[in-house]
Ligand binder design. Sequence first.
Ligand SMILES: NC(=O)c1ccc[n+]([C@@H]2O[C@H](COP(=O)([O-])OP(=O)(O)OC[C@H]3O[C@@H](n4cnc5c(N)ncnc54)[C@H](OP(=O)(O)O)[C@@H]3O)[C@@H](O)[C@H]2O)c1
Length: 245
Amino acid sequence: MKKIVIIGATSAMATETARIFAQQGATLFLAARNAEKLERLADDLRVRSGAQVHTATFDAHDLGSHQPVMEKALAALGDIDAALIAHGDLPDQRECERSWHAAERSLATNFLSPIAFLTWLANFFEGRKKGNITVISSVAGDRGRQSNYVYGAAKGGLTTFLQGLRNRLAHHGVSVTTIKPGFVDTPMTANLKKGPLFASAESVGKRIYKAMTRGESVVYAPCFWRIIMLIILHIPEFVFKKLKL
Ligand SMILES: NC(=O)c1ccc[n+]([C@@H]2O[C@H](COP(=O)([O-])OP(=O)(O)OC[C@H]3O[C@@H](n4cnc5c(N)ncnc54)[C@H](OP(=O)(O)O)[C@@H]3O)[C@@H](O)[C@H]2O)c1
């Protein structure tokens, strides 16, 4: 894979994946919200690996800006072998319960914005007839819990969208990869108490790289989350609703 687009490239996990692609000689197109952070990352990749790195900024809440970003990526790279969508935010669940505006913002960042990018990417790759699209969803989308069900609903919707997209694009030689991390130590979880279930951004970034190059379908990262979520999914509803999760 030589020409890679990373949306939400300043995410700690995506940055780790970008580093590996750059070391492997890929040309990168990185898009992110914060121009300063993005340029720092691009310069670092250029200096460390000699990679060619193009950049663009976008805000997830400006859905109309997404298609122009993708057109800029295609113009800069000439072609796209694979794309990773990584941006997201963890909203304050309590705030989302008080105000549907907060819920709306989270749904825009975590669901609508990825779908705006995916619509362009799906049509591009359908015509290209090969390649990979990878998106970071979350284990939170596997079952709604009282502590984060607005975020979980956005990620659950995204996971379902990706299932359908995988089914559609499999007929055109294109793989669609859903990454479902558990707890990862990144700026997003800076306020959470860390425990043994936390993985590093570096290890998950490596796993994302492997999944993209292999064109895997659904990847729990780390893999033990597949077992944890299998158990959580099988707790009967009459028990589950009494738990404080
Ligand atoms: N950390 C976890 O435990 C965990 C678990 C499961 C899934 N995930 C998912 O993993 C992905 C990567 O997150 P991370 O853990 O690596 O956290 P992170 O380092 O905090 O990255 C979050 C990224 O999302 C971007 N972002 C947030 N709001 C945005 C907006 N309105 N417009 C554009 N970009 C926006 C941030 O941009 P700035 O750099 O400008 O802030 C940053 O690049 C997310 O989709 C997240 O939901 C994380």
